[in-house]
Design a binder for this molecule. Sequence first.
Ligand code: NZQ
Ligand code: ZN
Length: 382
Amino acid sequence: MKFSFYNPTTIQFGQGQIASISTLIEKDKKVLVLYGGGSIKKNGVYDQVEQALDGYTWETFGGVEPNPTRETLDKAVEQMRTSGLDFILAVGGGSVIDGAKYVAAAACYDGDGWDILIGKHTVTKALPIGAVLTLPATGSESNCASVVSNKATLQKLPFMAPSVFPKFAVLDPDVVKSLPEKQVVNGVVDAFVHVCEQYLTFPQNAPVQDGYAETLLRTLVDLGNTIEQKDDVWRANLMWTANQALNGLIGSGVAQDWATHMIGHELTALYGVDHARSLAIVQPALLKVQLDAKKAKLEQMGQKVFGLAPSETLALDTIDAIAAFYNGLNVSTSLTEHNESKEEAIEAVISQLEKNKMVALGESQAITPEVSRSILDLAVAG
Ligand code: NZQ
Ligand code: ZN
């Protein structure tokens, strides 16, 4: 396939690199430091940012929630305008960085910011962003995607725009030290599914993309299996792997899937399931329902990633190995956190998918609401 590969984000990798942001933001910029629920105030990250911003004009906006909402982010847009700020420094995980992308784009648009998510406004202009990553998982620190939720309508929708690529991203693996174990695990699983969404489709004669994807997957399996022995090298490797999993490279020139993400987003919007955990619930069921279409790549993955021997049941065994990998990290592969009956939960998800026009998902647009229903039937516990 024809493709353009563009990734303008400068990566500042390693311990102590937060200090380098003073060399990356022009001195005349008026900076909004955007952050989440306050973890950065407890682990020393905020102090390092404060030191690095010495001499700059800057303000803060805290309280961006996991799965950031437009309701909160619109207040940050207002602050940017009132205070005449022109640079956003996102200090946090994917939610804060995604939130910064929305704020950066909405601040340059006169209409309702939500128009960006529903496709009513195409983003061509955004304020510049820098990122200090505190949770390796999403790859948001060096990609141009953002996912924003709307509390009022229970929607969670993505947008992509080259103008919201962060100018730089600081990846200091020490930030992982303060992460609750659950969030470390979420990072491993989310990055793993990101690679799968770009790799587990059909053979496309793309040995560079396939080979790199397999390396990333094997690394994530190794990291997951050694999670109890985390050290500096482990943390650094997770940070780099999660970044590489979704910086646009392995998805260049190949058909991509992303159905697991789109169905998973509805589980988060409706039931508050953590992003990574929503993926672990959907993906094994989706792979089973899509077995015929994905058989060749599942077999390739089974051999190259899990070291399985060729057999009649290799594709199914690979799905089992993926599920066992998640379960071994105490991540469930079935939805239990819904309040209604199984049928009602499935109907609720299908109706949100239809409302959000997620009606032809997957690499071949073959996942209609009816196919999503079969996937959910397998994924939702009775
Ligand atoms: O808010 P604070 O107090 O900082 O706490 C956060 C939050 O509660 C905490 N945390 C982050 N860094 C920490 C820390 N706690 C202690 N020490 C640290 N160093 O972790 C919690 C979760 O943070 P969040 O940012 O929500 O997690 P994650 O990075 O997994 O981001 C998830 C969001 O990213 C979106 C997801 O849909 C979800 O909304 N995604 C964005 C993508 C993209 N832009 O490319 C792709 C992904 O597929 C994903 O959809
Ligand atoms: Zn994800």
